[in-house]
Design a protein around this ligand. Structure first.
Ligand code: DGJ
Length: 527
């Protein structure tokens, strides 16, 4: 090739690389939130995560893709298995990945990929056999007795490098086949990282590291010394902090190398801990709320830390992952068939500006049963433009009854102010016998679109309104309440004008239990 031609082709390559980078899905700030931008447009991930083994068989998955789209999902959260893509070291087989991307595209779905690499739920069962069987090159983590657990040690560069090599190969492959269409919108790095059944690894590499000085970014200027000197000798704080730091460093290596190949948003997910349990009883050192600072310092290139929420105290746990330095994305929002899941979705999007929501084992929902999640996602899909336009701007609120970790349901109404109006949302429906109500399934959201204009959506909630301040006319009333839906083009199609008994003669807005719906509400003030 002549020199000129060589330069020209290098330039074309560079330009196409730059263009594809600019177009890669990414997070972008709006007010206090960050939104996921895909192909230049904000996207709300109405997702669901597949059961662990489902994506290993194209045939098994074949009937599910279209069903998931019919359930109004726009995204499937699906594993990619290290053992399947690199069965022999350095030789990659992309069949499983390509088949998923093809099926997702055919069904108008996007994908979040879960990298089941060195760790899946602490354990290392998705590592290929050539890794599992070579315990000299890839040693396991050790118990204090010296016995191994089935967990690859995070302290061994060879393990990190092999994992990174496969992860980067995956990102390169996705960039090659998908940077134009962006079917893949995010990647989870590993799955529910954390050490079990003790708070840290006791292998020789880990022992050495445990006695090294704690990095300044964690110890600050005042405290110095090794992990017990800085974090104390009582309990497992030193061991767990140490574990968190080294898992974070390991993940950071994957993320920086992966992003250099293809800069998709990347996150880690968390196995949460029950109150009072010790690290090791739960996966020690994962990206838990009490270890946030360590994870943020150790893995600054991660876009977010995500909770998997299977406990009843959804409001409290989800809220802990919505911080100025962390956006909420819930890849595992309980099992998909749990009745409170739809109300949790409304809360996550309405109250916490969630980027996405994904109940687990989504394909196992019985298609023959009535499916409230599908109805909830239908409503959320219709409202997506309004939700996305409001994220981070203080114009939206979400509601569901709080439930404590022990299952106690807090029935008290919740009050929130939007613009000039204060809304009180009651979860016990006034017109349905109490015994017929399961109020943990009740919930909704309110979006302000103008000084007096609001979308109210959900089910099992009754909303009363009053002026937010003492200035101006002292009372608030319902100017009009319309039920309705958005058509496929996003136009509002009104149904009945609700008044009389349906608004208790103007006293409240009611979204009856049982059916997720949208109402368009106009308010006014009177004296
Ligand atoms: C959490 C894990 O992250 C998932 O992969 C799956 O194992 C679920 N637990 C099962 O409840």
């Amino acid at each position: 090739m002549a020199n000129g031609a060589r330069w020209a082709s290098a330039l074309v390559f560079l330009l196409s690389a730059l263009t594809s980078r600019a177009a890669a899905p990414h997070l972008e700030k709006q007010g206090t939130a960050e939104r996921l931008i895909v192909q230049g447009k904000p996207m709300l991930v109405l997702g669901g995560e597949l059961g662990n083994s489902s994506a290993s068989s194209t045939a098994y998955m074949a009937p599910h893709w279209s069903r998931l789209r019919q359930m109004h999902l726009n995204t499937v959260i699906t594993p990619v298995y290290w053992e399947l893509i690199e069965p022999t070291e350095g030789h990659f087989n992309w069949d499983s990945v390509d088949a998923m991307i093809k099926a997702a595209r055919a069904n108008d779905l996007r994908l979040v990929l879960l990298w089941f690499g060195a760790w899946k739920n602490s354990m290392s069962t998705y590592a290929p056999a050539w890794v599992k069987r070579d315990q000299t090159r890839f040693p396991r983590a050790k118990l204090p007795s010296g016995r191994s657990v089935d967990i690859l040690s995070a302290f061994v560069p060879a393990t990190r490098d092999a994992d990174t090599h496969a992860y980067v190969a995956l990102l390169n492959h996705i960039r090659t086949i998908d940077s134009d269409k962006n079917t893949v919108v995010m990647i989870q790095v590993e799955n529910e990282i954390g050490m079990l059944p003790v708070a840290r690894d006791y292998g020789p590499e880990a022992e050495r590291a445990f006695h090294e000085p704690v990095p300044k970014v964690l110890s600050g200027d005042k405290r110095a010394g090794d992990w017990t000197a800085v974090f104390g000798t009582t309990g497992d704080a030193a061991a767990e902090s140490f574990t968190a730091w080294h898992y974070a460093l390991y993940v950071e290596a994957l993320v920086t190398a992966g992003k250099a190949a293809y800069p998709l948003p990347m996150y880690v997910n968390t196995a949460l801990n029950h109150t009072g349990r010790a690290p090791g009883e739960y996966p020690s050192g994962g990206p838990l709320p009490h270890l946030f600072e360590i994870w943020k310092a150790g893995a600054p290139s991660l876009d977010l830390l995500a909770p998997d929420i299977y406990f009843p105290n959804f409001v409290e746990l989800a809220s802990r992952y919505k911080r100025p330095d962390n956006q909420l994305f819930i890849p595992e929002a309980n099992d998909a068939d749990k009745p409170e899941v739809p109300a949790n979705a409304f809360y996550a999007f309405g109250q916490l500006d969630a980027i996405g929501f994904g109940p687990f084992s989504i394909e196992s929902i019985d298609e023959k049963q009535p499916n409230p999640l599908s109805k909830a996602y239908d409503v959320l899909e219709q409202l997506s433009p309004a939700i996305l336009a409001s994220q981070g701007l203080g114009r939206m609120a979400g509601f569901r009854p709080r439930v404590l970790e022990d299952g106690t349901v807090i029935e008290t109404p919740v009050t929130q102010t939007l613009g000039d109006y204060r809304f009180t949302v009651t979860f016990i429906d006034p017109w349905t016998p109490r015994a017929d109500q399961k109020i943990t399934t009740h919930g909704g959201l309110i979006i302000q679109t103008g000084p007096e204009d609001f979308w109210v959506a959900g089910q099992g909630i009754t909303v009363t309104v009053e002026p937010a301040s003492s200035e101006g006319p002292p009372s608030a009333g319902l100017d009009s309440v319309w039920e309705g839906t958005f058509d496929a083009k996003g136009n509002w199609v009104p149904g009945r004008l609700l008044n009389g008994d349906q608004t208790h003669q103007g006293r409240h807005v009611r979204l009856a239990p049982g059916d997720f719906q949208i109402q368009r509400v106009k308010l006014y003030r009177y004296r």
